[in-house]
Every structure is written in C-alpha cells, then in structure tokens.
Ligand binder design. Structure first.
Ligand code: PBG
Length: 324
C-alpha cells in the first residue's frame, strides 16, 4: 500500500511529532572544544581565520575553561605553542611547556572537565613536520620515542586522554607502552586513526603556527581518495591499544565515519576541523548562511554518520543553542 495510505508528511506536521520521531538527537555531552595555549600571561589573540578562537596564555585559558564547564560541555582538547622551536620539537615534552602548565592549572581550578591533549611535534619543530626530519624525509621510528615522551609529560601533568595526531606508524603502541610503564595505565588514548592529508587544516596552521616549512604531509597523512585504508589504520591503532578512534576532517569523510562505526565496536570521534569552521564563519559574516542553523545541521550530520564524539570549534555556540 502506498499513497494515499502512506503519507510520510503525517510525522512532520508539528514540532512535537517531529521531535518524537527524530532519529539523531544532538546533545552537548558529545562535543569537545579545541583550545590553543601559548606562553606568557594575559595573552589572548584572536586567530584571524577562526573568529571566536584564541591563542591564549594559561591564565586566560583557564577562565575560558570555566565558561566551557558552565556550558555543560564535557571537555577540551589542548594544542600548545612553544617558546622555542627546534629540530626535534623538544619543548613538546617539557614539564614547563604551555600545555603541561595549562593541564595543571585546569586541575588546580578543580573544573569538571575532561582534559584531552593533542600529541604531535609539528607545533614544536622548526621545520613544522610531525616527526624527526633527515634529508627532507620524515623519519618514522625515530619519532616514536619523542611522541611517547610528550604523551608521558601530559599524563604526568594530569591529562585524562592523550590524542596522537602525527600519523607515524606504531605510535599508539609506543605511547601505550610508555604510559603503562610509568604508572599511567588509566590514561586513555584517542587516536587520530584516519587522518587525511587535507586542505581544511589551513586556519589551524595559523592558529598553531605549524605549517610545514618545506614539502607537505602526504608521506604520512592519508590520501583523501582512500576509504578502505582507513579501516586498516583503525584496526592497527586498536591492536596497539587505542581506546577511541577518530576520523579527520569530518564533512568530506562522512562515509569513512560510517564505515568505521559499522566495522568496530569502539567509540568513534570526528574532528570538525578549522577549515570547516572558517567556511561557515566567513559565509555567515557575509550574510550568506544562517550560522546557527547550518552549524546544528553540520553537527547533526556528523553524528548521524556515526560519530559519538565531535571535536568542534563550534562547541560553545552549539552548547548555548542546544540549551535554549
Ligand atoms: C597536528 C594537528 C593538526 C590538526 C590537529 N592536530 C594540523 C595538521 O596536521 O596539519 C588540525 C586541526 C584543525 O585543522 O582544526 N598534527
């Protein structure tokens, strides 16, 4: 029996009935807010390509974290800017680095927030690559130790979750081993398992001052054309001990999010990255898109594709809109 007996519009007649049959219910509890921490005090510089996002010193960052907590968001992910960059990104694992001090300050403030940290070298190396470089090649195995050092320093400072984003082979295993050997078996790993070599990271590289000084990241980040390879990356990270796996970026890779969700019984995260945010902000500023409406549509779409957790620069706005 089809039309006129079947009338899908019956379930769209009013908001109460639409709400009753809604399949995807976006909530604040799955949103993580990314933040950039820099040296100094009283520093709060807006990132020009990411309106509403700031590079800020620890004191200012903690104030914004209070707001994040009050908005009912579960946590933040921290990215650090160093005082000094060098060939091996040594400040990435400094006990007095920006990220490490920020974690301690958030802990001291007793905020009810999960603290996730990005583990990578690109913000800390003078060449801007995510690993050690020799003859313009990014070395895999020589990088693993340094990533494990960084992750351990975050755990020591009080991080709940460490999130390696470098795409070196074997880094999840190296980090898991290092954490366990030092008494941090309870610290979880959120791996950027399927991280694509994307043009959508442009604004982030301004925010984190992490653009590669030569070449690009194609020899370690994934080719945008590949989906099956993402399943292989996820499987490897899970074998090595990842607790949560992430697909990044989100919007051009909704199919990958769905495949990961359907193939593995673990929580799936998606990173709605800086370029995705910048496009919405730019169009909204020009009056070309209605910001609230498209942001909620985008986040709903990412969740509908299968993401349990969404890292997004829209998190604070979305939390306000979802509360009202
Ligand atoms: C570091 C890192 C990047 C992002 C997260 N971690 C940049 C990159 O790989 O170039 C991008 C986040 C964003 O664009 O919002 N490796």
């Amino acid at each position: 029996m089809s039309f006129p007996h079947q009338r899908p519009r019956r379930l769209r007649r009013s908001e109460p009935i639409r709400s009753l049959v809604r399949e995807t219910k976006l909530g604040r509890t799955g949103l993580i807010y990314p933040m950039f921490v820099c040296p100094g005090t009283r520093v709060r510089n807006e990132v020009s390509s990411m309106p509403g996002c700031f590079q800020q010193s620890v004191d200012m960052l903690v104030e914004e974290c209070r707001e994040v907590e009050q908005l009912g968001l579960p946590g933040v992910i921290l990215f650090g800017l160093p005082d000094q960059k060098d060939a091996t990104g040594s400040e990435a694992s400094s006990a007095t680095g920006s990220v490490q001090r920020a974690i301690e300050a958030i802990r001291r403030a007793k905020l009810n927030l999960l603290v996730i940290t990005d583990v990578c070298l690109c913000e800390y190396t003078d060449h801007g690559h995510c690993g050690v470089v020799e003859n313009e090649q990014v070395l895999n195995d020589a990088t693993l130790d340094l990533l494990a050092d960084a992750a351990l320093s975050h755990a020591r400072a009080g991080a709940d979750v460490v999130a390696p984003s470098d795409m070196m082979d074997g880094r999840v295993g190296a980090i898991r081993e290092r954490l366990d050997a030092n008494g941090f078996a309870e610290v979880a790993i959120l791996s950027y398992a399927a991280k694509y070599c994307s043009g959508f990271y442009g604004p982030f590289r301004e925010a984190a001052q992490s653009a590669p000084q030569f070449g690009d990241r194609r020899s370690y980040q994934m080719d945008p054309a590949n989906a099956r390879e993402a399943l292989r990356e996820v499987a490897l990270d899970l074998e090595e001990g990842a607790d949560i796996v992430m697909v990044k970026p989100a919007l051009p890779y909704l199919d990958v999010i769905r495949m990961v969700r359907d193939n593995f019984p673990v929580p799936v995260a998606a990173y709605n990255v800086s370029g995705e945010y910048a496009m919405v902000k730019a169009a909204a500023r020009n009056g070309w898109l209605e910001e609230k409406r498209v942001v909620l549509e985008i986040l709903t779409g990412i969740q509908r594709a299968g993401a349990d957790i969404i890292l997004t620069y829209h998190a604070k706005d979305a939390a306000r809109w979802l509360a009202s």
